[in-house]
Write a protein that binds this ligand. Structure first.
Ligand code: NAP
Ligand code: ZN
Length: 363
C-alpha cells in the first residue's frame, strides 16, 4: 500500500454544464484563448463556451486550426495568437488533439523553449490555467497532465508533462457527441478501453488507478459494440464518463506497450490513434496471458469476458486490418523497444516479442 494520488482537476459532469456552471470560468482569467478544431462550431460546444465567457464578461479569441495529431508548428501558432490577443487562460474544446495542443500552448507560453528542447522533459509546474471540454469519449486528456505531440526529430509521437498541465476544470457533456461519426466513436472507445487496460498492466498501477480502471472497463466493455451503431444520449454520457475514468487511471499509471507501439502506426501511416491501439491490444493481452501477468485476470473479470472474447470484440470493431511489409514491422519493433511507455509495462516485452505483436496485428 505504497502509493500517491494526485488529481487536481475539478470535474463538472451533466447536461448543459458549460453554460449552467460557466461562472466557474470567471476565476481563470480575463481573456480566453479557445483552442479547438473545426467540429466544435458544428456540435454546439464552441457556442456554449462563448456564451459562458460572455456571461462572465470575459474576452475570447478563437484558435480553431488544430488538426489531428498536433505538431509543434500548430502549438507555436497558438502561442503567438495567445500573446497577440493578451489571453491569460485557455479553454480547450474538442478531442484529444485540441486538448493536447492547448496544454502545450499553456505551458510554452510561460516556459518558452526552442523546438529542439521541447521533448527533453524537465518542465516546471507552471502553465496558464485551463478548462477543457472534451467532445470525444476516448483520450481522457481533460484529466491527465500529458500533451502528446508529433515529434519529427525522432519520427514518432511523444508526450510532454508537468503537474500544471492538469486542467483546472473539465466540463463533461455527452450532447456534443451526438453527431460524432461512427468511425470516430469506435476508434475513441477503443482508445479509452486501451487506457484502462494498459493502466492496469503498468508497473506504476496503484490501488486507486486500478479502482478507476476496473470501473471504466465494466462500463466501457458492454458499450463497445454499441459504438458501432446509433448510441442513445445515456450511452454517450456513459462513454464520456468511462473515458474520463480511464484518463484518471493513466494520469496515475501512464500508458504502456500498446501506446508505445501504436505511435509508429500513427506517425508512419496516419492510423488513427485509437485504432492503432485497438489493432495492437489483442495480441498484447495474449502475450500477457502467456507471461501470467496478474492484472490480466482482473481486466477480464471487469469486462465479464474471456481473453478470446475480448479479442473477438476488438476484431469486430476493427473490421479489416491494415497490413504492412515484414521489413517495416522489424523497424517498428526496433524503434518501439526504446519507447518509454514500453518500459512501464508490468511485463516488458522484448524486441522479438514486440515484433511478434506487430506481425500478428498488422503483418
Ligand atoms: P481528435 O484528433 O481530437 O479528433 C478526431 C476527429 O474527430 C477530428 O476530425 C475532429 O474534428 C473530430 N471530432 C471531434 N469531436 C467531434 C464531435 N463531437 N463531432 C464530430 N466530430 C468531432 O481525436 P481524439 O481521438 O479525440 O484524440 C487523439 C489525440 O489525443 C492523439 O493525438 C493522441 O495522441 C492524443 N491522446 C492524448 C492523451 C492524453 O492523455 N493527453 C491520451 C490519449 C490520446 P476537428 O478536428 O475538426 O475538431
Ligand atoms: Zn490513447
Amino acid at each position: 500500500m505504497n502509493f500517491g494520488y494526485y488529481m487536481p482537476t475539478r470535474v463538472i459532469c451533466g447536461r448543459d454544464c458549460v453554460v449552467k456552471e460557466g461562472e466557474r470560468l470567471a476565476a481563470l482569467g480575463t481573456h480566453a484563448l479557445i483552442v479547438t478544431g473545426k467540429s466544435s462550431a458544428q456540435n454546439g460546444a464552441l457556442k456554449d463556451v462563448l456564451r459562458a465567457l460572455a456571461n462572465n464578461g470575459q474576452g475570447a479569441t478563437v484558435f480553431d486550426r488544430v488538426m489531428p495529431n498536433p505538431t509543434l508548428a500548430c502549438v507555436r501558432e497558438g502561442v503567438a495568437l495567445l500573446a497577440g490577443a493578451g489571453a491569460d487562460f485557455i479553454v480547450a474544446v474538442g478531442g484529444g488533439s485540441p486538448m493536447d495542443a492547448a496544454k502545450a500552448i499553456a505551458t510554452l507560453a510561460v516556459q518558452p523553449r526552442a523546438d529542439e528542447a521541447i521533448f527533453a522533459g524537465g518542465y516546471e509546474a507552471a502553465a496558464l490555467p485551463m478548462a477543457h471540454v472534451p467532445t470525444t469519449a476516448g483520450t481522457g486528456s481533460e484529466v491527465t497532465p500529458y500533451a502528446i505531440l508529433t515529434n519529427d526529430f525522432q519520427r514518432t509521437k511523444t508526450s510532454i508533462t508537468s503537474p500544471a498541465m492538469f486542467p483546472r476544470i473539465a466540463f463533461l457533456d455527452g450532447k456534443y457527441m451526438k453527431n460524432l461519426p461512427t468511425m470516430s466513436a469506435v476508434n475513441t472507445a477503443m482508445d479509452a478501453f486501451s487506457h484502462a487496460a494498459e493502466g492496469m498492466l503498468s508497473r506504476n498501477a496503484t490501488p486507486m488507478s486500478d479502482l478507476l480502471a476496473k470501473e471504466s472497463l465494466s462500463i466501457l466493455y458492454p458499450l463497445l459494440p454499441k459504438a458501432m451503431g446509433q448510441t442513445t444520449d445515456e450511452e454517450r454520457d456513459l462513454l464520456l464518463y468511462a473515458s474520463m475514468l480511464a484518463g484518471m487511471t493513466i494520469a496515475q499509471s501512464g500508458t504502456t506497450a500498446v501506446h508505445g507501439m501504436g505511435y509508429c502506426l500513427t506517425y508512419f501511416h496516419g492510423v488513427d490513434h485509437g485504432r492503432a491501439n485497438g489493432l495492437l491490444l489483442g495480441e498484447t493481452l495474449r502475450l500477457c496471458s502467456e507471461k501470467k501477468v496478474p492484472a490480466l485476470g482482473a481486466i477480464l473479470s471487469a469486462c465479464g469476458d474471456t481473453l478470446e472474447g475480448v479479442c473477438a470484440t476488438l476484431e469486430m470493431l476493427l473490421g479489416e486490418r491494415e497490413r504492412y511489409p515484414a521489413e517495416e514491422l522489424l523497424r517498428f519493433a526496433h524503434t518501439s523497444a526504446a519507447n518509454k511507455n514500453i518500459k512501464k509495462s508490468a511485463y516488458e516485452p522484448t524486441e522479438a516479442e514486440l515484433l511478434r505483436i506487430f506481425t500478428a496485428s498488422c503483418g
